[in-house]
Design a protein around this ligand. Structure first.
Ligand SMILES: NC(=O)c1ccc[n+]([C@@H]2O[C@H](COP(=O)([O-])OP(=O)(O)OC[C@H]3O[C@@H](n4cnc5c(N)ncnc54)[C@H](OP(=O)(O)O)[C@@H]3O)[C@@H](O)[C@H]2O)c1
Length: 247
């Protein structure tokens, strides 16, 4: 008999996160916990899922929100998988004029992930198993003039996730660090797709494949895979050329 799974999606309305829940093929005995700031949108997302669902209030801008979230995530049993998918993308021109908004972006895209992931990791360590999926980005590779606050937050998150993976090595808890490129969807609405762009469903399928590998281990996943080559070129481009890139 299949064992039921309990999965937490932080950023419970995230297109990539919800596509991943679909790709995981959750059944009637599985539980998805959707955590987010908009109860109506969470409820609407829950209705689309084929498994049991729980919705939990979570606002990444509240620095103590991780406490109630973690307590709730483990109330009814062990947690198999947590997907850390909350995030906002705000145009750099807006952030240049609004430092407080830039701070809020960093809180949402970096600090909140740090608090949530540390708290979840401690509980998963105690149960000696579990997987944390962290959504980084190709933007973490090198700060771009056109997007450097977002890039800085993602670079911080990426470094944190790699350190956390090493910290958890041998504990039974693993970290899957995902670096998508441009993903067409709500977050990038109105933007011209970048080279090697993908859809939320393609990102989800790649993550689900990686999670299905039989031997649990921490790893980094580029989506799509050839993005690793583009990232290498991005690192090597001389700075005078790099700073002239339009986007
Ligand atoms: N789309 C891309 O091109 C791309 C590329 C690389 C990496 N990523 C990363 O992948 C992750 C998921 O992105 P996505 O494409 O699925 O975007 P999305 O559909 O816009 O999802 C973003 C999620 O973050 C939530 N969120 C934003 N601010 C929050 C707050 N203060 N408290 C709690 N939740 C908050 C949103 O909730 P609401 O519904 O309440 O707004 C939503 O659930 C993000 O971390 C993003 O940076 C995206």
């Amino acid at each position: 008999m299949a064992v039921s799974r309990r999965v937490l999606l932080v950023g419970g309305t995230s297109e990539i996160g919800l596509a991943l829940l679909d790709a995981l093929d959750l059944g009637a005995d599985d539980v998805a916990i959707l955590a987010g700031r908009d109860e109506e949108r969470l409820a609407a997302a829950a209705l689309e899922l084929t498994c049991r669902t729980v919705t939990v209030p979570f606002d990444a801008l509240d620095p103590t929100a991780y406490q109630a979230l973690t307590a709730r995530a483990f109330t009814d049993g062990p947690l198999d998988l947590a997907i850390s998918a909350a995030g906002v993308l705000v145009p750099q021109e807006v952030l240049d004029e609004d430092p407080a908004r830039a701070g809020a972006l960093v809180q949402t895209n970096l600090t909140a992930h740090v608090t949530v992931l540390l708290a979840l990791a401690a509980r998963m360590r105690a149960q000696r198993r579990g997987t944390l999926v962290v959504l980084s980005s190709v933007a973490a590779v090198r700060p771009r003039r056109a997007n450097y606050v977002y890039g800085a937050a993602k670079a911080g998150l990426d470094a944190f996730a790699r350190g956390l993976a090493d910290r958890l090595h041998g504990t039974g808890v693993t970290v899957l660090l995902v670096r998508p490129g441009f993903v067409t969807g709500r977050m990038t609405q109105g933007m011209k797709p970048a080279p090697l762009s993908s859809t939320p469903q393609q990102v989800a399928a790649a993550i689900a494949d990686a999670l299905a590998q039989d031997r649990p281990r921490s790893r980094t996943l580029w989506v799509p895979r050839p993005l690793v080559l583009l990232a290498t070129a991005m690192r090597l481009l001389p700075r005078p050329l790099w700073r002239r890139l339009p986007r």
